[in-house]
Design a protein around this ligand. Structure first.
Ligand code: MF3
Ligand code: CO
Length: 250
């Protein structure tokens, strides 16, 4: 069952979304060569506490941190560590919080210049695929329109969409119905019809090689099977009568 949110509930989700946006902004500002992903974790943990929110990921199925920090060939669920970021790396930062009973969740990928033109394009295309998908979050569209928007744009650019991880509904739980794949199952015009009050976390994960992933022995970190680089962008978007409302933008 897909839970639609009332106007009051959407305002609470927006408040949670603002905290997520602020955390991401602060963490991104700290990204630099020589900084460890654990330092980013500490910045995020302080910021979440200062906002009076709770971390959504820490303790979730035993996940140990408030952030996921996924570097280069790491696709998602990279665990913050003593690893120092270097020039030429890309790092995706994913954070979720709970505030006043509601969750919000967003991710972005940043480059530590200089990166190759191909990797810079991977980031742009993934970000753009998310924008296009969010543009489909309207009451006259279907879930499959969101999935198709991501897949068509990514594959036309010559990149691959990861299949093993998907976006999700979000609200009083971090993960709600429906799953939001980044490939067209259901296809365009199919799947649940989008309705006012639905909130979707749309999160394309895109590689510049094969779409296949494997899980590291830490049982969390997903890496590309072929060592290609992966980008990940995510926003929570509400379906409203006036079109998409991005709850996790600044
Ligand atoms: N954005 C991811 C998701 O919605 C991050 C989850 S990390 C976890 O699934 F630790 F909470 F699993
Ligand atoms: Co998510």
């Amino acid at each position: 069952m897909i839970v639609c949110k009332s106007a009051v509930e959407l305002e609470k989700m927006r408040a949670a979304g603002r905290v997520v946006a602020k955390v991401l902004e602060t963490v991104v500002a700290r990204v630099a060569p020589g900084v460890t992903t654990l330092e980013l974790e500490e910045v995020a943990e302080r910021q979440i506490a200062a906002a009076g929110a709770e971390a959504a990921f820490k303790g979730y199925h035993g996940y140990p941190c408030v952030l996921c920090t996924s570097v280069n060939d790491e696709v998602v669920h990279g665990i913050p560590s003593e690893r120092k970021l270097e020039r030429g790396d890309i790092v995706s930062i994913d954070v979720g919080v709970k505030l006043d009973g509601f969750f919000a969740d967003a991710a972005t990928t940043v480059a530590l210049e200089p990166v190759s033109p191909e990797v810079a394009r991977l980031l742009r295309v993934t970000r753009q695929a998310l924008d296009r998908a969010m543009g489909q979050a309207r009451p006259d569209r279907y879930l499959g329109d969101i999935s198709a928007a991501v897949q068509e744009y990514v594959e036309a650019a010559g990149f691959s969409v990861v299949r093993e991880f998907v976006g999700h509904g979000i609200g009083a739980a971090l993960h709600e119905e429906p799953p939001v794949p980044n490939y067209a199952t259901p296809t365009k015009g199919r799947g649940p019809k989008l309705e006012v009050g639905m909130v979707l976390a749309i999160e394309p994960m895109v590689t510049n090689g094969s779409p296949a992933v494997k899980i590291r022995p830490d049982r969390w970190t997903a890496v590309t099977a072929d060592g290609s680089y992966a980008a990940h962008f995510e926003h929570c978007v509400a379906v409203t009568p006036n079109g998409p409302w991005i709850l996790t933008e600044p």
